[in-house]
Design a protein around this ligand. Structure first.
Ligand code: GRF
Length: 200
């Protein structure tokens, strides 16, 4: 059994998808902790309902970014996780954290990377006029949404889409892609060769 910790900042629907997959027995893992930077995140309620311990590292309570990152690093070390899943974690992780947990941190992004990295990916896809978009699960490196790609799933962009309808369609795929990537990691089936992640 692998030990998973999840980092989430808000609604936590991707976190819930991982909770459900673990609960259904399709991922050989135990979720040992939710770490959040937001004391009001709905993800906290989801963790409590599932009996998962929560650590709040509230960004606003630290004098600066360095102090915040030190506390976050400490919280991450403490939970002794094999894998850290960024599920709607809205802060960029500092180089020290990325280096320490390199190869065992994954993130879900609501676009087909390398297109539309960063914030408001669904809006970016619409404004660009893309005809397809989707989601990407990738390993975390020191860039913003630049790490090696584990899985992607596509959706069409429809004529009358707005940001919300497109985001909803992508979210359905996120909820499949993230648990699947977590499962592959936990089964030891991901082999990283440079930028390519091979699935054994
Ligand atoms: C998702 O669209 C995820 O791809 C992005 O932030 C959103 C989080 O949604 N990084 P939720 O909190 O998992 O519901």
């Amino acid at each position: 059994m692998k030990r998973i910790a999840v980092l989430a900042s808000g609604r936590g629907s991707n976190f819930q998808a991982v909770i459900d997959a673990v609960g259904a027995g399709s991922v050989p893992a135990v979720i040992v902790r939710l770490i959040t930077d937001n004391p009001n995140a709905f993800a906290i309620e989801r963790a409590c309902n599932a009996g998962i311990p929560v650590t709040v590292v509230d960004f606003d309570r630290f004098p600066d970014r360095t102090a915040y990152e030190a506390a976050l690093l400490e919280a991450m070390r403490e939970c002794g996780a094999d894998l850290f899943v960024l599920a709607g974690y809205m802060r960029i992780l500092g180089a020290r954290i990325v280096r320490e947990f390199s190869g065992r941190m994954m993130n879900i992004h609501p676009a087909l990377l390398p297109a539309f990295a960063g914030l408001h990916a669904q809006r970016q896809a619409l404004e660009y006029g893309a005809k397809v978009s989707g989601c990407t699960v990738h390993l975390v490196d020191e860039g913003v949404d630049t790490g090696p790609i584990i899985l992607q799933r596509c959706v069409p962009v429809l004529e009358d889409d707005d940001e919300e309808t497109l985001a909803d369609r992508i979210l359905v795929e996120e909820h499949k892609a993230l648990p699947e990537a977590v499962r592959l990691f936990c089964e030891g089936r991901l082999v990283v060769e440079g930028r390519r992640v091979r699935i054994r």
